[in-house]
Design a protein around this ligand. Structure first.
Ligand code: PLP
Length: 384
């Protein structure tokens, strides 16, 4: 069955019944007999879909776990209350005191904070490598255990050659953990490209309506068992209402992404043609670093891109005057948002792009002519 059809049918309860799995709120699951209790407990030790106790998720979370595992091509998927919790939970499953972790330099800023803070404090050493490296020998140590990748890179969108990199890591027995929030289980499938765990902040496109916080980690092979053990012993789960809202968002994931992509391309073209603009950073523009790799490995782009303006451009007034682009940190909802950024601060590699005020934009589901007219009005009104 094609993915579009599966999106519509994930988690459908038995008929006669509703089209959606219901929100099952439960801590204790009651049994009539001791035997039933014991049989259930034995079953759930090998099957994540067995209803046993609220901490292991109820049927609502189970439906979402099965859906995301299938979309990502994983054997299992575990849920977390936020995307950062999913990254923290996954990393703590694969590295411990004395281990060495390699992280791509273009990683999401909160992941860097997690690695440099909690992980280092707990005795894990961390090194960063450039996004275009597929041979990590210069950074490899005898203690190296895992590699964290994010493709395309956070805020600057350079696509990594994951098949090339995972060919190198597999020969050395390293676990590769991908942050797949950009691809959001639809555009990009890191597990198929050789990674062991794919983490998605479902807060973004899976939920898709700017009203859910959640994270998911899908895994395959030995990594799935290691992740399961960590999730179960640390008590990670997602509340049933959040699981329900994420599943509801998932039904239209493909349709929303199509429109986000179209709008982002239209806006990127508009920006690229402006004399105030020094560079447009978008993984789907052929001139962007890594664009050929993205075209080879992914099935499209989402609504994100960044713009670097010429030095001295009054970016703040431009953004403040826009009526349709609100200022906000997150993305992946139905609405357009903008955020001034300085992605090169804190990175090891220097910028290869022009220097100037920079903004990360998320193209929402509005009519793109309205978005462009809004930007035209704001840029005209600052008289730059
Ligand atoms: C938003 C985001 C996260 C974190 O997700 P939260 O749900 O906000 O904790 C992690 N990685 C990437 C790439 C993100 O964009």
């Amino acid at each position: 069955m094609r993915r579009e059809t599966k999106l519509v049918h994930y988690g459908r309860p038995e008929m006669p019944g509703p089209a959606n799995p219901s929100v099952m709120r439960a801590s204790t699951i009651l049994h009539e007999t001791v035997e039933s209790f014991e049989t259930t407990k034995a079953k759930r030790d090998v099957d994540d879909s067995v209803l046993s106790y609220g901490r292991r998720g109820t049927t609502t979370a189970h439906a979402l776990m099965a859906a995301v595992a299938d979309l990502e091509g994983g054997e299992a998927c575990y849920l977390f209350p936020t995307g950062v919790a999913a990254l923290a939970g996954t990393l703590s499953a694969f590295v411990a005191a004395g281990d060495h972790l390699l992280v791509v330099d273009t990683v999401f800023h909160a992941t860097r904070k997690l690695c440099d803070g909690v992980l280092r404090r707990n005795g894990v050493s961390v090194d960063y490598f450039p996004w275009d490296a597929t041979d990590l020998s210069p950074w490899l140590q005898p203690e190296t255990k895992a590699v964290v990748v994010e493709s395309p890179g956070s805020q600057t969108f350079e696509a990594m050659d994951l098949p090339g990199l995972t060919c190198w890591t597999q020969a050395r027995g390293l676990t590769v953990i991908a942050d797949n929030t950009y691809g959001s289980s639809w555009l990009y499938r890191p597990l198929q490209l050789g990674c062991d765990v794919s983490v998605v902040a479902g807060t973004k496109y899976l939920g898709g309506h700017a009203d859910v916080m959640m994270g998911a980690a899908a895994a395959k092979g030995e990594a799935a068992a290691i992740l399961r053990e960590a999730v179960v012993t640390t008590g990670q789960t997602l509340a049933p209402d959040e699981a329900y809202a994420t599943l509801r968002g998932l039904r239209t994931l493909n349709l929303r992404l199509e429109r986000h992509e179209q709008n982002a391309f239209a806006l990127a073209d508009w920006f690229a043609a402006r004399r105030e603009v020094a560079a447009v950073l978008h993984p789907g523009l052929p001139s962007h670093p890594g664009a050929a790799v993205w075209d080879r490995d992914a099935e499209g782009c989402n609504g994100l891109f960044s713009v670097i303006f010429e030095k001295g451009f009054p970016l703040r007034s431009f953004l403040d005057r826009s009526e349709l682009f609100a200022i906000g940190a997150s993305w992946g909802g139905f609405e357009s948002v903008a955020l001034p950024i300085s992605p090169f601060q804190g990175r090891q590699s220097a910028s290869v792009y022009p220097t100037g005020p920079m903004v990360r934009l998320h193209a929402g589901l509005e009519h793109c002519d309205d978005l462009i007219e809004d930007l035209e009005r704001s840029i005209a009104s600052i008289g730059a």
